[in-house]
Design a protein around this ligand. Structure first.
Ligand SMILES: Cc1cc2nc3c(=O)[nH]c(=O)nc-3n(C[C@H](O)[C@H](O)[C@H](O)COP(=O)(O)OP(=O)(O)OC[C@H]3O[C@@H](n4cnc5c(N)ncnc54)[C@H](O)[C@@H]3O)c2cc1C
Length: 370
């Protein structure tokens, strides 16, 4: 089967879905996904939290610009719970007070809070673990599945085509178009390719004959535990000021625990490591008096970082019609509404508005210098 489109987007995670949806009105879009299910990889494995004070400056700009979408989503978003408020508590043991001061010093909404107030919110807090604490009050849980499905739906409604179980295996520039041949036997031609392949971003570039950027997929592990007898539905997310563990409420009655691991990996269907699960629980238990009888479920996902940990959105300079949309790290969901709009504006050559200020900082070609 062969077909002609205006653009082939490779990868149907949140990055590819938002770009496809935002290009739909002006471009005939083919969204090509290797897996049977869009969102099978990192997008389906996140902690689903929007946090203003997270990531490098370019990420924070997009996080801030995305906020309004989450709080005032379109009527057809498909959920009443796209954003549900959940504070974040930062606990500082004696050796982490510098990290807490750095967080508060940003003056972006993290304020000191007394340990008595934390204890009232989180009765499991062990006296003596922390000497100080901070609270961030405008963060929220995100309904990631609803957000992702909304963008996939928008892309299809605009006439785009989603090809699941089609791994792009040959990507070749032939004259004025790219030819993308997939594992499903399709040959798709288009003048534009968008690389939204997450952990596979450099691999897709190599297939297209381009130099990699040096993306590093890093494993992060999560485990679900039963915190009974504690009722955790309204607990804040609780983490150390140095960000070496956190817990957040999952499905109202459970806690997700992570040691905030970042283990470099080659891209693959990553699985949780038992040692990381144990480390996460151990760190949590130094702060919270929670007995863990068993781990109910665990998973891992790849958070993929560029060499300077900022985003890499922009044109490849060595060949026409190849756009990078990679490096979303641990912030690809909370930035998604603004990131998709920015990338579409860059591709169309339109004014991206305030997001345009970060374009120089996120140019993927910064990694090609020298
Ligand atoms: C444990 C954990 C917690 C996180 N918590 C948060 C959080 O609280 N908030 C937040 O904003 N972010 C969080 N993140 C990060 C967020 O999940 C990612 O930034 C985001 O999902 C990246 O989306 P993506 O579309 O780039 O990647 P992916 O979802 O991985 O999508 C890339 C897709 O490309 C496909 N693909 C690859 N190669 C090819 C090919 N050759 N042909 C066709 N398809 C291909 C893959 O199959 C994959 O589906 C977390 C991540 C993890 C792992």
């Amino acid at each position: 089967m062969s077909d002609m489109f205006d653009v082939v987007v490779i990868g149907a995670g949140i990055a590819g879905a938002t770009v496809a949806a935002n290009l739909g009105a002006t471009h005939r879009v083919a969204l090509v996904e290797a897996e049977e299910q869009a969102g099978y990889h990192t997008t389906g494995r996140s902690a689903a939290i929007w946090i203003r004070n997270y990531g490098p400056p370019d990420v924070r700009v997009l996080t801030g610009l995305a906020r309004d979408f989450f709080l005032n989503p379109p009527a057809d978003i498909g959920t009443d719970h796209l954003a549900v408020g959940r504070k974040v508590i930062y606990l500082a043991p004696p050796e982490q007070t510098g990290a807490l001061d750095a967080l508060i010093g940003q003056k972006l909404g993290i304020e000191e809070i007394s340990l008595t107030e934390v204890q009232a919110m989180v009765p499991a807090l062990i006296a003596g673990y922390a000497v100080r604490a901070g609270v961030e009050s405008d963060s929220f849980d995100m309904d990631v599945a609803a957000l992702h499905q909304f963008y996939l739906r928008r892309a299809r409604q605009a006439g785009g085509a989603l090809f699941l179980r089609n791994r792009a295996g040959r990507i070749e520039r032939k004259g004025a178009v790219w030819e993308v041949e997939t594992s499903g036997g399709m040959v798709i031609s288009a003048p534009l390719v968008v690389n939204a392949a997450g952990a596979w971003g450099d691999e897709v570039a190599r297939i297209a004959g381009l130099a990699p950027l040096g993306l590093v997929p890093c494993r992060r592990t999560a485990a679900i535990i039963d915190p009974a007898p504690y009722q955790v539905e309204h607990w804040p997310m609780v983490q150390s000021a140095a960000h070496d563990w956190y817990v957040r409420t999952e499905a109202r009655t459970r806690l997700m625990v992570t040691p905030c691991d970042e283990t470099p990996m080659t891209p693959h269907d990553v699985q949780p490591d038992e040692l990381d699960v144990a480390i996460g629980i151990d760190r949590m238990q130094q702060a919270l008096d929670i007995q863990v009888r068993r781990v109910e479920h665990s998973w891992a996902g790849l958070r993929t970082f560029s060499p300077d940990r900022s985003l890499a959105f922009g044109w490849e300079k060595t060949v026409p019609g190849f756009f990078w949309c990679v490096g979303q790290g641990g912030y690809g969901i909370q930035t998604a509404p603004a990131a998709g709009a920015l990338v579409a504006a860059m591709i169309k050559g339109e004014d991206p508005g305030p997001a345009g200020a970060i374009i120089p900082a996120i140019d993927p070609m910064r990694f090609r210098a020298g």
